[in-house]
Design a protein around this ligand. Structure first.
Ligand SMILES: Cc1cc2nc3c(=O)[nH]c(=O)nc-3n(C[C@H](O)[C@H](O)[C@H](O)COP(=O)(O)OP(=O)(O)OC[C@H]3O[C@@H](n4cnc5c(N)ncnc54)[C@H](O)[C@@H]3O)c2cc1C
Length: 448
């Protein structure tokens, strides 16, 4: 059987997954990436000689396909990711809560973790138990989608638990506030975290920069296994030929039997407009921003844990939702804190510098560490179109299109997951499997 030729556009996590998975089974793959650094919305950046990420990320033990692909390209996830038990820990002074799953088999790991949690009343703990048993009974599924806030009301969750756990979890996972976020997608995320095995519920914090976590190795692996990789090469247009596709870049025109558009939805729209404006129209999403505020202190500065939750309150200019002590993840980053603000549209209105100052002040107050008010330097990075707004009943496009050989991969394509690394990787794996199946069927038909 002759192997299909495939052009993969975009070396984000979806594109890298598609390309590796196809090349692994013999396809002739060319991967085009507009930027010089692979990784897309989960990539390394350089800021004044410091290697940072475009945004602090967190993975879950449930990211099965991502972890598997990391191994395929020769990486060891256990070396590159710090594995923490599921947790929601606030600094003591916050009057928050301290919930830490135990190293026990599920569901005991969480049940006993909740029982031992500090800062929660009996009513709050019963409220979690009520949520978990109702969600389990429903198979973590809903017939009719609704906002997360409605689901929380239906499950009679206490105000304190909503404030300290459900709201921050919803914003972190779906990058959409509970009043507008899809309860169906939220339940799917909880099924694979709160409701899953202990290992699946673990939180995985990157010890290396995000490009080094998979995309760099994926590219090296592809080159070693016969794939072509063209970094710094933007595809400006695609056109259908007779049984093949033309891929236009500034330098050349290539031909391929299949094209996988694995850019963000907005960039895919631009490429599709010339071919199929109705399909391009289905890629109209609303977006939510995410800001990561990096604050560098003296290398001796450490937090009590690698990751802590913070109580945000926009009315009093408290924007930070989670803080990560990068120095505990990578000793070369000692003293570097990364504060995450999801759904950060309003937070960025008064400018990056004002935001850095208020976040530093918030850290100093909440952690009772006055020295945190005056970092050596700060850098707030905002990805304006970080993810699509994950609202109820959102229609997401399928991977296969009506055009022979034209496929879509990316975190926005049909999936029960929100926009995540695992969603992106799974989309790439699915497209690769579909192309393989198509090639097999065509070879069979030809042989008859
Ligand atoms: C700040 C931030 C924090 C996040 N936090 C988390 C988290 O904690 N956990 C989690 O799982 N997910 C998180 N996400 C979401 C996650 O990063 C994305 O869902 C995922 O990276 C999307 O990957 P993708 O491959 O689908 O798309 P992208 O990453 O957008 O990749 C598309 C690629 O296509 C390239 N491209 C575009 N147009 C062209 C063209 N014409 N020619 C060639 N190349 C082109 C782009 O340069 C890009 O590299 C976060 C996202 C952001 C921005």
């Amino acid at each position: 059987m002759s192997q299909p030729t495939v052009a993969v556009i975009g070396a984000g996590w979806a594109g890298c997954a598609t390309a590796v998975e196809l090349a692994r089974t013999g396809a002739q793959v060319t991967l085009y990436e507009a930027a010089r650094v692979p990784g897309g919305r989960a990539r390394r950046i350089n800021y004044q000689g410091n290697t940072l990420d475009n945004g602090q990320h967190i993975l879950l033990g449930a990211y099965r396909d991502t972890l598997q692909l990391m191994r395929t390209v020769g990486l060891q996830p256990s070396q590159l990711l710090m594995r923490l038990p599921l947790q929601m820990r606030y600094p003591i002074s916050e009057n928050g809560m301290d919930l830490l799953a135990l190293r026990l088999p599920a569901p005991l790991h969480l049940a006993l973790g909740v029982l031992r949690a500090k800062g929660l009343s009996l009513a709050d703990k019963l409220s979690i138990a009520r949520f978990a048993s109702a969600a389990r009974w429903m198979g973590w599924q809903l017939n009719r989608d609704c906002p997360v806030s409605e689901l929380l009301e239906r499950f009679e969750q206490t105000d304190r638990l909503i404030k300290l756990m459900w709201r921050p979890l919803c914003i972190a996972a779906l990058n959409t506030p509970p009043e507008r976020a899809s309860a169906k997608v939220f339940l799917a995320v909880l099924r694979d975290s709160l409701g899953a095995s202990r290992a699946a519920s673990d939180m995985l914090l990157p010890r290396a920069n995000l490009s080094a976590l998979f995309p760099d190795a994926a590219i090296a692996w592809l080159q070693k296994h016969g794939g072509k990789v063209m970094l710094g090469t933007r595809v400006s247009a695609i056109n259908a030929g007779d049984g093949y596709w033309k891929i236009n870049t500034e330098q050349r025109i290539d031909h391929s039997q299949h094209i996988v558009i694995s850019t963000s939805a907005a960039h895919a729209q631009t490429l599709l407009l010339e071919i199929d404006d109705a399909l391009a129209d289905t890629l109209n999403f609303e977006y939510e921003a995410i800001t990561t505020c990096y604050l560098q202190y003296a290398p001796t500065v450490h937090l009590p844990a690698p990751m802590l939750a913070l109580i945000d309150d926009p009315d009093s200019q408290r924007w930070g939702q989670f803080v990560f002590d990068r120095g505990q993840l990578d000793h070369k980053q000692s003293g570097l804190l990364a504060v995450v603000i999801s759904a950060s549209g309003t937070a960025t209105e008064s400018g990056a510098q004002a935001l850095e100052q208020s976040v530093a002040q918030q850290l100093a107050n909440d952690l009772q560490m006055p020295e945190l008010a005056t970092p050596l330097w700060g850098k707030a990075i905002t990805e304006k179109r970080a993810t699509f707004a994950c609202v109820p009943d959102l229609q997401r496009p399928r991977h296969a299109t009506a055009h022979r050989g034209l496929w879509l991969a990316g975190d926005y394509t049909e999936s029960e997951y929100p926009a995540t690394i695992e969603g992106a990787v799974r989309s790439g794996m699915k497209v690769a499997a579909a192309i393989r199946a198509k090639a097999r069927a065509e070879a069979k038909a030809k042989a008859k």
